[in-house]
Ligand binder design. Structure first.
Ligand SMILES: Nc1nc2c(c(=O)[nH]1)N[C@H]1C(S)=C(S)[C@@H](COP(=O)(O)OP(=O)(O)OC[C@H]3O[C@@H](n4cnc5c(=O)[nH]c(N)nc54)[C@H](O)[C@@H]3O)O[C@H]1N2
Ligand SMILES: Nc1nc2c(c(=O)[nH]1)N[C@H]1C(S)=C(S)[C@@H](COP(=O)(O)OP(=O)(O)OC[C@H]3O[C@@H](n4cnc5c(=O)[nH]c(N)nc54)[C@H](O)[C@@H]3O)O[C@H]1N2
Ligand SMILES: [Mo]
Length: 698
């Protein structure tokens, strides 16, 4: 032991550039300091125009999460009854050999479609979420998963109107003369947009928040418009009414770049502010004034996010709002327009990366209907029952709607479940095998964003914790063991990143591996400011902004913007409404990212989940702040602590976050009461279109 007494020279700190992997529009560029192989700090890149040197409350704790004592560090095999939580550590070889054999036998007996992958955006990285994994399932012929859980209603909606999933440039927001934060909790869900909002306000732009809840964002705005949930299209139609009635439209823009202007004018004629007032619950005078404000503005920035589309008419609502800037001509000017997502600008070479061509004919299962897929003999779509479920980058036991149906499915003794995870989530509790995955500090990746236009590279900063492996590597090993074509599993992660970047699209000109390695991130090759529709250029079939849409008509929907009532709106079903008179909104909590970070003690803060109710609703039920209450409907129930406050509109209950079942008083969360219904477009979930009653828990 001669070396033991020689003092070691401490290694110089290393700086490693990365990307925040989480499902958030901001996709921050991170800078990690590593000393002696251990990450000692993480911060936001101060040179990045959107990250601007700060990280959010959650990702500031990323090291705490990475080095958490509960990290999964070895493969685990179930040894007790399903769901009992009894697991034994096994070697990677044993786990992978057995999983490959089990999957092979299911393919041989029931066919490959009996295998269902379940993944979403636990990491948004293309390599750990849309590369080898996809090749594996496609080559196998497994059921395809429709990844609809978040954004498809709005995406389809905006595509019907504008043709592309692109929008106004965040970096031009400062030049807006009016800002509408419409169905988005910016300070929580998109905090790196906020500095731009403040700049616009400093330049004189009023900032208005349209939300049933006075969120921390609404608190900071000049005005809060407490709209009734699911009624945004009615508000937008009335704004159009005012603009047309008062000659505030940009006729030249409409003439040149839009389709169906006359039909829309006729449609809007019946949408008086008075009519919209009865639907939205907002005063007619305020609606009229909002139409004027919008029509008189030269460049209004409308930030819609995904909150407002989680209702039956979510697609139509987004499509309708997306018409506004083309009526007013705001797309012409920096700061003007609508932003739902910028993701359509990122034309990575996804075909080569995930090889969707290999699996194009397999049946497709909607992830929103996992409960049905696991319980119906034909998976709800025809074909074999689901016999194997492989979960990664997602926590379906807690995040999927109709949680009780999902749990019934996961409890099936004959279902073979494999979960790739960082932690022993409620989903992992039901697994036959739990495989430890690396975090963003431990693997390579490359990222797009949905709130800005920069590509970000993630370089590994530390060695894998314990025996964790990247998703990509786990699927490579499984692919080889199952005898799938070797060339699909030959490339390492850096090679896959280069493949993803090998895009022939002009926006990728200059966005190279070398540049990313050196600098960490690169703006897409787009002009600054980026004005997507200043002179038309819409991606619709007509090349115009389609107020009138043949594609909508072909789907059996109204070809013109209209108001689609919420699925569970009281007026629509008086009997149900009498039993469950409150609309539940279970939108994100500031300190969690969906269910990620719920197990980080410093971020959990409160011991129990809470809900917020209007004083008049509370009084009617003899409920007071601090009480434990049960939120319930025909699908299920969950317990929270009540806060009574006028920060929600009457008739609405806010139960923020998707708490981990195992950390909550009754083992449940908000998805015990949400349903498997689908939106009008995109087959998305209707999380916020949920009627409930609230009663004292004891
Ligand atoms: N801190 C944090 N950040 C996150 C997330 C997180 O969990 N935590 N999640 C990430 C993900 S996956 C996503 S998709 C985005 C979501 O980002 P957002 O879309 O901004 O988030 P939500 O909070 O779902 O919805 C925004 C607001 O819409 C309101 N709302 C609900 N229904 C309606 C309606 O009918 N009309 C109107 N006008 N408003 C309505 C809600 O009250 C809520 O305040 O955020 C991302 N960022
Ligand atoms: N009631 C209600 N339900 C909702 C919502 C709501 O607002 N209300 N929001 C919905 C929305 S918008 C979304 S996007 C979904 C989100 O649903 P999910 O995409 O399932 O998101 P998370 O709950 O964050 O779970 C992601 C999991 O992936 C794991 N993970 C992260 N990185 C990796 C990795 O590299 N490898 C592996 N193997 N695992 C990894 C994390 O540890 C975490 O457990 O939830 C939806 N559900
Ligand atoms: Mo989401």
């Amino acid at each position: 032991m001669a070396t033991a007494s020689i003092p070691r020279t401490p290694a110089a700190p290393q700086i490693v550039r990365g990307a925040c992997p989480h499902d958030c529009p901001d996709t921050c560029a991170t800078v990690v300091t590593v000393v002696d192989g251990t990450a000692t700090s993480i911060r936001g890149d101060s040179e990045h125009p959107v990250t601007a040197g700060f990280l959010c409350a959650k990702v500031n704790r990323y090291l705490e999460r990475t080095y958490h004592q509960d990290r999964l560090t070895t493969p685990l095999k179930r040894i007790g009854p399903k769901g009992s939580g009894a697991f034994a550590p096994v070697s990677w070889d044993e786990a992978l050999d057995d999983i490959a054999a089990r999957l092979r036998s299911i393919v041989n007996t029931a066919g490959p479609e009996a295998i269902l992958p379940y993944s979403y955006a636990g990491t948004m990285g293309l390599i750990q979420g849309e590369s080898v994994d996809r090749r594996f399932f496609h080559a196998l012929g497994a059921s395809r998963l429709l990844r609809t859980i978040c954004s498809t209603a709005g995406s389809e909606g905006i595509t019907m109107t504008n043709g592309n999933r692109v929008g106004a440039d965040s970096e031009a927001l400062a030049q807006a003369d009016l800002v509408l934060l419409w169905g988005t909790n910016t300070l929580t869900a998109n905090p790196h947009l906020w500095p731009f909002v403040l700049q616009a306000r400093a330049n004189g732009a009023p900032v208005i928040c349209i939300d049933p809840i006075r969120t921390r964002t609404a608190e900071q705005c000049d005005e809060w418009l407490p709209i009734r949930p699911g009624t945004d299209a009615a508000l937008a139609l009335a704004m159009m009414h005012v603009m047309f009635a008062e000659g505030l439209e940009d006729r030249d823009y409409m003439e040149r770049y839009t389709l169906g202007g006359d039909a829309l004018r006729e449609r809007a004629a019946v949408w008086t502010p008075e009519r919209a007032a009865t639907i939205t619950g907002l005063p007619a005078t305020r609606i009229r004034e909002l139409g004027r404000q919008y029509g008189r503005a030269r460049a209004a920035f409308v930030r819609i996010n995904y909150g407002l589309q989680r209702h039956a008419g979510g697609g139509m609502a987004v499509r309708t709002i997306a018409c506004l800037p083309s009526i007013a001509g705001h797309w012409r000017r920096p700061g003007g327009g609508v932003q739902l997502s910028t993701s359509g600008n990122f034309k990575f070479n996804r075909e080569a990366l995930g090889r969707p061509d290999l699996g194009a004919t397999a049946r497709a299962i909607n992830m929103v209907r996992l409960g049905e897929a696991l319980n119906a003999p034909d998976a709800g779509v025809g074909g074999p029952p689901v016999q194997a479920l492989v979960v990664y980058n997602s926590n379906p036991a807690d995040i999927a709607p109709d949680r009780n149906a999902v749990l019934r499915g996961l409890a099936r003794e004959d279902l073979f479940t494999v979960v790739l995870e960082h932690f022993q989530t409620n989903t992992a509790d039901w697994a036959d095998y739990v495989l430890p995955a690396t975090t963003q500090l431990e693997h390579w990746d490359v990222h797009f964003a949905y709130g800005h236009n920069y590509v970000t590279l993630n370089q590994p900063a530390i060695a894998p914790v314990g025996d964790a492996r990247p998703n990509s590597e786990i699927f490579r090993q499984l692919g080889r063991r199952m005898g799938l074509p070797a060339e699909l599993f030959a490339e390492d992660d850096p090679s896959l990143i280069r493949l993803a970047l090998a895009s022939s699209h002009p926006s990728f000109a200059g966005v190279t591996w070398e540049r990313l390695l050196e600098h960490g991130w690169a703006r897409l090759n787009l002009p600054t400011p980026y004005l997507p529709f200043a002179t038309g250029g819409f991606g619709t079939p007509s090349g115009k902004c389609e107020f009138y849409s043949e594609q909508m008509a072909a789907l059996g929907l109204d070809p013109l913007p209209t108001f689609t009532p919420p699925r569970e709106l009281p007026e629509e079903d008086p009997e149900r409404a009498a039993r469950f008179p409150l609309m539940l909104i279970s939108s994100p909590r500031h300190y969690f990212l969906n269910t990620t970070f719920v197990n980080i003690a410093s971020l959990r803060k409160q011991a129990e989940p809470e809900c917020v109710m209007h004083p008049r609703d509370a009084e009617r039920r003899h409920l007071v702040s601090g009480m434990r209450v049960v939120i319930h409907n025909d699908r299920g129930h969950f317990v929270t602590v009540l806060r009574v406050e006028d920060s929600v509109r009457e008739g609405v209950v806010w139960a923020p976050s998707i708490w981990w079942g195992k950390y909550s008083p009754d083992g449940n969360n908000a998805n015990a009461v949400t349903g498997q219904g689908e939106t009008d477009l995109g087959r998305g979930p209707v999380f916020y279109d949920t009627l409930v009653e609230v009663s004292a828990a004891d």
